[in-house]
Design a protein around this ligand. Structure first.
Ligand code: C5P
Length: 230
């Protein structure tokens, strides 16, 4: 398991201060909507300057027509980030088009597909997708695997079934982790780090339990004790 820290603080200054606090660890940093829309490429460069070995996951969840998604993916590859994601519901043509376009890059970022957002509960999910979360997440995962993606974003509770339905190497990145049972906030399907480990999660994504802690470095080090003992 490799820890991915969600940089969801209200300003670039605060996110960079958090990165600075954690810089002795070569961990993943998740740059989401808020940070990227506001701070863009210079923010990614600033993170790399703090620790060139930080890995960057650009969490923009692309969803558009295939050609527009492929154009955007190419621009993302040019940013030099290590991983980004698209929505699985954009469909298999979009997936294929994105992967084909990126195949010309020698060192392309990993591409993951979002299955079901971890903030969904079963009832609200079914209103949109007309299937259970488990069923739909597995279907999306199989489609992503068949189209050459590297993995999916899912909850810890689907990780094992997705690997069984695809391959043990097919990556699962899971938000909604409350490492030691902290407050769930708006997340519906939360899991502890121990459970994530048992379920074969490759990348636990953790935001609030780290940046709201009074000692984020200590928290990260407690987490790394579990993730690194893989
Ligand atoms: O603070 P918390 O640990 O809940 O943060 C989880 C992060 O993962 C947030 O940045 C959220 O946007 C993101 N995320 C998620 N569910 C997904 C995909 C991303 O919670 N399916």
């Amino acid at each position: 398991m490799e820890l991915c820290v969600a940089l969801d603080l209200p300003s670039a200054k605060e996110n960079l201060a958090l990165a600075q606090t954690l810089k002795e660890h070569n961990i993943w940093m998740k740059v989401g909507f808020r940070a990227y829309i506001r701070d863009a490429k210079p923010f990614i460069e600033a993170l790399k300057k703090i620790n060139p070995k930080f890995k960057i996951f650009l969490d923009l969840k692309l969803y558009d027509i295939p050609n527009t998604m492929a154009d955007a993916s190419e621009e993302i590859a040019k940013l030099g980030v290590d991983m980004f994601n698209i929505h699985a519901s954009a469909g298999s043509v979009a997936m294929k088009t994105v992967m084909e376009r990126l195949s010309t890059y020698k060192k392309r970022p990993l591409v993951l597909a979002v299955t079901a957002l971890t903030s969904f509960d079963e009832k609200n999910f079914q209103t949109i997708y007309e299937k259970s979360i488990n069923e739909k997440a597995e279907q999306f995962a199989k489609m992503s695997f068949a189209n050459g993606l590297d993995g999916v974003v899912c909850s810890t509770f689907e990780s094992r079934a997705i690997k069984n339905a695809t391959s043990s190497d097919f990556l699962t990145l899971c938000p909604g982790i409350r490492p030691f049972g902290e407050d769930a906030g708006d997340q519906q399907r939360v899991a502890t780090l121990e459970l994530a480990k048992q379920e074969g999660v490759d990348y636990p994504v953790i935001g609030r339990p780290i940046y709201k802690d009074e000692n984020p470095l200590q928290k990260v080090e407690a987490i790394l004790k579990i993730t690194k003992n893989n």
